[in-house]
Design a protein. Structure first.
Length: 320
């Protein structure tokens, strides 16, 4: 039985997990969806309600019925042949997504995570509502493209407001990669909201913090790492100044652990990286969950066996 890893060619986290599986004697097929259709093909036939057949690369193949689990590790989009017209590319991409994606999505194996569940879970407004329903504390939040609403929300905030991206915090512009971090709004920011009305924005109350925490959930196992800021920038958003941050192992309160468990079930996720603010009073406030969040650097700093745990989960497999 084979573990199927869907990951980009250059992915150090995937490298470590594949190595762990290989050392453990677990067969692995690692492919990137960008290989389809030029270096990856599918031959699938529906028999007695289950798709059987093969995934093939120039050097390897695996029977669909021999897949025990699938790790969906942020694969790239299809790389279609050059020379296709735009209508041809749109058609080929759509048919490939529904065909290849549909066959894989139907397999009764362990997914970490199933792409349909991950696609739902990336909606941060949904995350916050579900987390609150699961008993986790969440910050007061506004989703709006109204400047009047932005002013109202900021005026009503007792601790000040922050603004943060709803989606990926990176923008590619002028041949460069720009990163957007959480930003505490000032009066000057609120005086100039030009362009605010053209799309949705996420504003939240600033949550006073003593430190932050990332909780990495792998199956039934939780790894919790405290994140201590050592600079003004990292205190607002620790991602903005990694050199000033240090880490420690933590155990979350029981009610937080229980809430996380309910959240994972509600979202249908097997893997997730959750971010929390820990207040001066010891309270834990949920910020977000990333169904494909990174963990490699946390393992490096803490020694927590995240790679081995994920490899073990994939090796065990299960029907869904």
């Amino acid at each position: 039985m084979t573990v199927l890893v869907l990951a980009q060619d250059f992915d150090r986290t995937a490298d470590h997990v594949v190595r762990e599986l290989t050392v453990g004697g677990v067969p692995v097929l690692r492919v990137d969806l960008s290989w389809f259709p030029q270096r990856l093909s599918i031959d699938a036939e529906l028999r007695e309600g289950r798709w059987t057949g093969r995934l093939c690369t120039p050097h390897r193949q695996v029977a669909l019925e021999d897949i025990r689990s699938i790790w969906h590790r942020s694969p790239a989009a299809f790389d279609l042949p050059v020379g296709m017209s735009t209508p041809e590319r749109v058609h080929a991409h759509r048919e490939g997504k529904i065909g290849l994606g549909g066959v894989l999505a139907s397999l009764p194996v362990l997914w970490a995570n199933h792409p349909g569940r991950s696609a739902d879970a990336v909606y941060k407004p949904l995350q916050l509502a579900v987390a609150a329903g699961c008993g986790l504390r969440v910050p007061r939040t506004l989703i709006s493209n109204s400047t009047a609403a932005a002013h109202r929300f900021a005026d009503q905030s007792a601790t000040g407001a922050v603004i943060k991206m709803l989606g990926a915090g990176t923008i590619h512009e002028d041949h460069s990669r720009k990163v957007s971090f959480t930003h505490r709004l000032t009066g000057g920011d609120l005086d100039d909201l030009a362009g605010f009305d053209v799309t949705c924005h996420q504003m939240q109350d600033w949550v006073p913090k003593s430190r932050e925490a990332r909780v990495v959930v792998i199956g039934e196992t939780l790894f919790t790492v405290g994140i201590h800021a050592g600079s003004a920038a990292s205190h607002v958003d620790w991602r903005s100044d990694h050199s000033a941050v240090h880490y420690e192992r933590l155990e979350p309160p029981g009610e937080v652990t229980a809430g996380i468990g309910r959240l994972m079930v509600r979202l249908g996720l097997v893997y997730g990286a959750l971010d929390f603010v820990i207040g001066p009073d010891g309270s834990w406030t949920f910020l977000e969950i990333n169904p494909g969040g990174q963990f490699g650097w946390l393992q490096l700093h803490t020694g927590l066996p995240m790679t081995a745990t994920l490899a073990g989960l994939l090796a065990a497999g299960a029907t869904t």
